[in-house]
Design a protein around this ligand. Structure first.
Ligand code: ZN
Length: 110
């Protein structure tokens, strides 16, 4: 078995597993049950991990995961409101079409 992905987000790992499954790749999820009832284990031991059973499938699995990552990035593109004039903007715009103010960075939420 070869580990192809791990993330604390069990939903994400599960999603990737179902995608690989639907592409005919046999997978196994380790630490599927996360921290429940495992309080004494080091946290690193309970990261949900996605493993591919057949080495021959690993490259395809990684390519699929890469593709999913890119799609996930695209999905974070959202419509936004101009911080300067408040006009609603399309997701694809990087500047306000009305006053040319820059789109606020998505990562500056804190
Ligand atoms: Zn504006």
């Amino acid at each position: 078995m070869i580990k192809v992905f791990e993330d604390f987000d069990i939903m994400l790992v599960g999603h990737y597993q179902s995608v690989l499954d639907s592409n005919g790749i046999d997978t196994f999820m380790k630490n599927q049950f996360g921290t429940s009832g495992a309080g004494e284990l080091p946290f690193v031991e309970v990261v949900p991990q996605l493993w591919v059973l057949n080495e021959a499938d690993v490259e395809r699995a990684r390519a699929l995961i890469q593709e999913l990552h890119e799609n996930a990035d695209a999905e974070t593109m959202q419509a936004w409101d101009c911080p300067a004039c408040g006009i609603p903007q399309e997701a694809a715009f990087t500047h306000c079409w009305k006053c040319s103010a820059s789109r606020p960075s998505l990562s500056s939420g804190d």
